[in-house]
Design a protein around this ligand. Structure first.
Ligand code: BTN
Length: 251
């Protein structure tokens, strides 16, 4: 394993960089720093997480030294915080395509897919009233196919598994430096997301308030909600916070 050797004090978002060998969850570490007043752009990156967290109560695991597991503190106005879920997914796609010969798409709201396998996940924990959020990103960079846990072997990808070539984690980290200006560019996000929308026109199933439903995904609206036409012909908007999107189509 080659540890990251980022330049001390210079994070990819132009704020302080905290580089840890091991931590429970970089999101938890970053949240503590944010509560103590850490500035916009602070990035926490860990070689290993012992309790990595995913969306909707799931866990996130990655072999040490192969993935980028990082969390960034952003202090932004409310409107910019609201569009973070989609903006960060777009930013991760662009970073991946900048360091490896891959094409990334996004499974709403923010899973990054390469050839129908998940390469990155995003966990955003926001405090809109306090004007900050922690953006957690887990990106499989240099993981070899055999290193994924057995239950993920058919569904996960890394930049290395997709290209057959080693990919430098420092290069991927540096590419994420392009984020900051984009996160505040409200006009650009929806269009960039739509161009990468993996669910457009796909049949999907979802569970909301314990009820499973199915329909056809028809892209996002201007608020970033997923628009779906149910089998009964009803147009519904799915909000990422309230909906569990089932991986398998219903039919
Ligand atoms: C998901 O796909 O459900 C989101 C996964 C997010 C994982 C990253 S790894 C860095 C940060 N710290 C965490 O505990 N989770 C996020």
């Amino acid at each position: 394993m080659t540890p990251l050797r980022p330049r001390p004090g210079t994070g990819p978002l132009e704020g302080p960089l905290v580089h840890l060998d091991s931590t429970g969850s970089t999101n938890d570490h970053a949240r503590e720093l944010a509560l103590r007043g850490a500035p916009h752009g602070t990035v926490v990156v860990a070689e290993q997480q012992t309790a990595g967290r995913g969306r909707q109560g799931r866990t996130w695991s990655a072999p040490p030294g192969r993935a980028l597991t990082l969390s960034a503190i952003v202090r932004l106005p409310g409107a910019a915080l609201e569009q973070l879920p989609l903006a960060v997914a777009v930013a991760v796609c662009e970073a991946c395509e900048g360091v490896a010969a891959v094409t990334c798409r996004i499974k709403w709201p923010n899973d990054v897919w390469i050839e129908n396998r998940k390469a990155a996940g995003v966990l955003i924990e926001a405090r809109p009233l306090d004007g900050w959020a922690v953006i957690g990103i887990g990106l499989n960079v240099d993981t070899e196919p055999g290193e994924f846990p057995s239950e993920l072997r058919d569904t996960a990808a890394s930049l290395r598994s997709a290209t057959g070539r080693r990919v430098d984690r420092e290069d991927a980290l540096a590419r994420l430096a392009a984020w900051l200006p984009r996160l505040e560019d409200e006009g650009a996000v929806a269009g960039a997301f739509r161009a990468r929308d993996a669910l457009q026109g796909e049949r999907i199933a979802w569970t909301t308030a314990g009820e499973r439903q199915a329909g056809e995904a028809r892209g996002i609206d201007d608020d970033g909600a997923l628009v779906v036409f149910t089998d009964a012909g009803e147009r519904v908007r799915l909000d990422a916070g309230e909906v569990h999107l089932d991986r398998e189509p219903a039919a």
